[in-house]
Design a protein around this ligand. Sequence first.
Ligand SMILES: [Zn+2]
Ligand SMILES: [Zn+2]
Length: 187
Amino acid sequence: MSKHVTAPALAVDVRELLQQPGAHKHVVLRAALPDLATPVASVPAGSPVTVDAELESVVEGLLVTGKLGATVALRCVRCLRDVEHELEVDVRELFALEPRDDEDEGYAVLANDRLSLDTMVRDALVLAFPAFPLCRPDCAGICPECGADRNAFDCGHGAPGVTDPRWAALASLRRELEEEHVARPEA
Ligand SMILES: [Zn+2]
Ligand SMILES: [Zn+2]
């Protein structure tokens, strides 16, 4: 027990469930979790995460099956515009009764017969954050020459092949080959 000293935000009393293998319990929880963020995506501070899940008492522990929902603030990697996205993630995880040796492997029911869903929710949401968010699939991005937002207006530096350095390199290679060809017409 290192960093999470505070009480879990998404917790369920599961004492009765644990006493009846095979029993089910449906829970809907809603709370804010701090520090849900990657460099390009985050759940804004104070914005709640929802858990709608079925808890099932099984021999090894508790099986949690359901859906997570959160509003995620994304930054478009092409134009740097901020956009909001409703994220929905399916989860199915076993919370073991026996404490595991390796703290980082899997989840466990707390010793006081409480189930904390915080870590599972955090893991599942961050994993589902897009690595390269786009404000829209065809975002035109920012002009590398003048910095204009190409979605807003055409700055005139337009045609790909002129501005893209990869095409520029190919164009100069072609020029070289053509010159070589002219210099040695017999080749
Ligand atoms: Zn964009
Ligand atoms: Zn431009």
